[in-house]
Write a protein that binds this ligand. Structure first.
Ligand code: AMP
Length: 479
């Protein structure tokens, strides 16, 4: 089915065609007609599925041809968790709406508020915002949300993860009762369900699998290595294989900074991107990385959220994530848009428990390859993993880094309590009582691919027993 057949107007179809889109993606096939009908929508979809166009295209159509917004008013509000995602969504609004006479702007923190106040003063058809800065602007009387016709919560699960629920509720409180609400989330925790229950009125429900997030298009590998040799091994791998456009994940902001410095010292152009960086620095790093001027981008999980780069060839887990779902999110950055990708994890003895959790979650063992010259010390003893970010989240210092290291080895015995503290870290990430959308069939791209006995599916994040069990264990601290 074409974009025109979905009911989109000619100027919108022209813009997407010029952008190189020939066919709607599965989520667009479902979301566009649902949004055009004017009702509420609950969508299970991640970055990479084409979800942005899924809500932006029909939103543009619904807004076009209507009277201009009055001063300081906004007709459609899109809330996103990160500045990067906000900027990307607004860029999409401009791209897809280039033949329409609509106005849009993006606002987020970390930059001067005054130009934002000036921009809002004229009124906007579409405002894309992160919740914190929007609240600031509301409190200053710079924006009037009483005439919002369409509200979009994009990556709602991440917004809750990042602690935005109170800000979101304050925003919701000033919106008019009669409006169209669209909620997009990759996972469905109790908190998301509660938010959806209070927000949505008889929503259409759709769920799609992430495009190419399955393990079979992504080659995964573990390189066992001592914890203090990781940066040397990474330098070696990048130089040896001449890797370009490498996205490297670290556990902490400090770790990201340190690694970027170490790589630069080894003549590998690298920049770190995380929440403590100024917006200008983040934007510059991302632009350089996208244009391939920058060989390596080092990122924390939250900062990487919203980075939309197709066909990223290499993802490196410099540190394994604390939550198995994040491993799937991370490696899903590669192998996008039908291309294959490589996901490499550097695993030291401290991370064996995390690795076991991940392998259980993805239901397969990841092959290991020891690199000559980087053989890990067989007598190395596991040490607790320091989670600096806990300090910033207000966890008492005496509780930090308490995660007991699991014994080395892959099989046998009970899993280490690697995830015991994860529940407190990421309490809203749970998927324990995921409400599977009921009145819409799961849309997947799997029909075009062979059956996958062990592959990871987005739907695994949306309520399959394994995910449920893992999440509820994390919540209750069982292991
Ligand atoms: P999103 O999930 O919205 O972040 O989109 C992921 C990527 O898919 C972006 O680079 C979009 O430009 C691209 N995209 C979205 N819709 C389509 C489409 N129908 N055909 C090809 N690419 C698309």
């Amino acid at each position: 089915m074409s974009f025109a057949e979905l009911g989109l107007a000619e100027p919108i179809v022209r813009a997407v065609t010029e952008n190189g889109y020939t066919q709607p993606t599965p989520i667009q096939l479902k979301a566009i007609p649902a949004v055009l009908k004017g009702g509420d929508l609950l969508a299970g979809a991640q970055t990479g599925t084409g979800k942005t166009a899924g809500f932006t295209l029909p939103m543009l159509q619904l807004l076009s041809g209507k009277p201009r917004p009055a001063a300081r008013t906004v007709r459609a509000l899109v809330l996103t968790p990160t500045r990067e995602l906000a900027a990307q969504v607004e860029e999409s609004v401009r791209t897809y709406g280039k033949y329409l006479n609509l106005t849009s702007a993006v606002i987020f923190g970390g930059v001067n508020i005054n130009p934002q106040i000036q921009r809002l003063a004229r009124g906007l058809d579409i405002l894309v915002a992160t919740p914190g800065r929007l609240l600031d602007l509301m409190q200053q009387g710079a924006v009037d949300l009483r005439h919002v016709e369409i509200l979009v919560l994009d990556e709602a699960d991440r917004m809750l993860d990042m602690g935005f629920i109170r800000d979101i509720r304050k925003v919701l409180a000033v919106l008019p009762p009669k409006r169209q609400n669209l909620l997009f989330s990759a996972t469905f925790s109790d908190e998301i369900k509660a938010l959806a229950d209070g927000l949505l009125d008889n929503p259409a429900m759709i769920e799609v699998e992430r495009r190419n997030s399955t393990v079979e298009v992504i080659s995964q590998k573990i390189h066992p290595v001592d914890r203090d040799k990781k940066h040397q091994l990474l330098t070696h791998l990048i130089k040896e294989h001449n890797w370009f456009q490498v996205l490297v994940f670290t556990r902490t902001k400090h770790g990201a900074n340190k690694l970027a410095e170490q790589l630069c010292k080894a003549d590998i152009p690298a920049l770190a991107i995380h929440g403590n960086k100024s917006q200008a620095a983040r934007t510059r790093a991302l632009a350089e990385f996208k244009s391939t001027d920058l060989q390596v981008l080092v990122a924390t999980d939250i900062a990487a959220r919203g980075i939309d780069i197709d066909q990223l060839p290499y993802v490196v887990n410099y540190d394994l994530p604390n939550v198995p779902e994040d491993y799937v999110h991370r490696i899903g950055r590669t192998g996008r848009a039908g291309s294959t990708g490589e996901a490499v994890s550097l695993v030291c003895v401290d991370e064996r428990g995390l690795l076991r959790d991940i392998e259980r979650f993805i239901k397969r063992e990841v092959p290991e390859e020891v690199i000559a010259g980087f053989e890990p010390d067989p007598n190395a003893r596991p040490q607790p993993i320091q989670l600096r970010s806990q300090e910033q989240r207000g966890q008492p210092r005496h509780q930090q880094g308490k995660r007991a290291a699991a014994p080395a080895g892959r099989s046998g015995g009970k899993p280490g309590n690697a995830s015991q503290h994860h529940g407190s870290q990421r309490s809203s990430q749970g998927t324990a009582s995921a409400p599977r959308p009921q009145n819409a069939g799961t849309t997947t791209t799997s029909a075009a691919r062979p059956p996958r006995p062990t592959g990871v599916r987005t739907s695994a994040l949306l309520g399959q027993p394994a995910a449920n069990a893992a999440a509820s264990k994390r919540r209750s601290g069982q292991r």
